[in-house]
Design a protein around this ligand. Structure first.
Ligand SMILES: Nc1ncnc2c1ncn2[C@@H]1O[C@H](COP(=O)(O)OP(=O)(O)OP(=O)(O)O)[C@@H](O)[C@H]1O
Ligand SMILES: [Mg+2]
Length: 357
């Protein structure tokens, strides 16, 4: 997106998230019957607690440094990279345009009419668009997805990558990267059904519900709930520092009473939060059920979360593993990578952008 070149060659997927830099470098090992990928390199590099706030880059140097470290640890030689903007930093809108316009004509029309759709002065925004397909029932028109973001959001991400020695060639949006990574999930690959799928990305500070239907995100809702609640409870109860709590949660070595005193109530709270988000979706739309739930984000690594959510909400649920159908280069520590898998959806979705023609 955002007018950068797109080439059919590997891209580093770089997810600049609140808690860490996550890097994925893939190669494509087959294209038929479905594309298959190999993980060539990956890295997970924690960020200092104040480096990102509200998904905005606050400490640019610390972020660049962490990217540099991630690249170096991953041993990847790939320099071209894809990065994502958080959903809150973009405005999207679907408009209808005549189907027989050339790309250039379409761009002209969009530039010309953009001020109707975007609440900022046009010289302060970056704008991109993509044709989604014909308007249902009207083959002469196409639906076009407009994406706009304040230039500073794009420039910030581009510059931290450049300072780290990378060449950013794609600036995507987090939600589209997650959607893209969903194409790799075995549960969602049956082309005969048109399931309504809820993807819940549970990060550190926030939880976002995306509803996917017919290859589109038809609904998004963000709630203030995430792994931070778990971490703060662990810190408080076991008198641990921020770093200690984070590390022990990831390793599953918090304390003997962790399961009963912390995890049991946390899982219930999480299931309740997801249930609430779904209620908002049902009450705001004509849908009254969904077919499947996918849990992604680091907090989806919480032990037994799948069972509890599935039992409470009575919806078939799985934890996202974008690597389920990939092979691994021999240098990859696959056990560690699989432990991080639910939190790598954005990075994987970004890396996949290298294989679009
Ligand atoms: N094994 C685990 N059990 C429970 N929680 C975990 C585990 N591993 C990681 N987490 C939690 O996942 C969270 C990080 O998730 P993720 O990497 O998706 O967040 P983020 O993308 O950095 O944050 P955000 O999406 O809010 O910007 C942390 O709060 C961490 O405590
Ligand atoms: Mg995240």
């Amino acid at each position: 997106m955002f007018g950068l070149t797109r080439k059919n060659q590997p891209l580093l997927g770089i997810d600049i998230s609140t808690t860490a830099i996550k890097l994925v470098d893939l190669s494509r090992v087959a294209t038929t019957p479905v594309p298959r990928y190999r993980v060539e390199h990956y890295a997970f590099e924690p960020l200092p607690p104040a480096a990102i706030s509200d998904k905005k880059i606050v400490q640019h140097e610390a972020v660049s440094e962490a990217i540099r470290k991630a690249v170096s640890k991953s041993k990847s030689k790939t320099k071209q990279a894809a990065v994502a903007l958080p959903g809150a930093a973009v405005i999207t809108k679907v408009i209808n345009l005549s189907a027989n316009l050339s790309d250039a004509e379409m761009e002209e029309q969009i530039q010309y009419g953009a001020d109707q759709h975007i609440p900022y002065p046009l010289e302060e925004v970056k704008l991109d668009f993509t044709v989604l397909g014909p308007v249902p029932g009207n083959p002469e028109m196409v639906e076009v997805l407009l994406v706009a973001s304040r230039s500073e959001n794009v420039d910030d991400r581009v510059s931290v990558l450049e300072v780290a020695g990378l060449k950013p060639v794609v600036v995507d949006v987090e939600s589209y990267a997650i959607q893209n990574a969903c194409s790799l999930l075995p549960d969602l690959q049956d082309p005969k059904t048109r399931p309504v799928v809820g993807v819940v990305d549970i990060g550190a500070s926030a939880m976002t519900l995306y509803i996917l239907h017919d290859d589109r995100i038809i609904y998004t809702r963000e709630q203030n709930f995430g792994g931070r609640q778990l971490k703060e409870e662990v810190q408080r109860r076991y008198s641990l520092t921020d770093d200690q709590a984070s590390q022990r949660i990831r390793e599953g070595t918090v304390a003997e009473t962790y399961e009963t005193e912390v995890l049991v109530p946390f899982r219930e709270a999480l299931a309740q939060q997801i249930g609430r988000a779904l209620q908002f979706f049902y009450s705001g739309t004509t849908f009254s059920s969904i077919d499947r739930l996918i849990l992604s984000g680091g907090t989806a690594s919480t032990p037994h979360i799948q069972t509890v959510v599935e039992e409470r909400l009575k919806i078939p649920t799985s934890v996202a593993n974008p690597f389920a159908q990939m092979v691994f280069a021999s240098r990859i520590d696959s056990k560690q990578l699989l432990r991080e898998a639910p939190g790598m959806m954005v990075a994987v979705g970004l890396a996949l952008r290298g294989f679009e023609s």
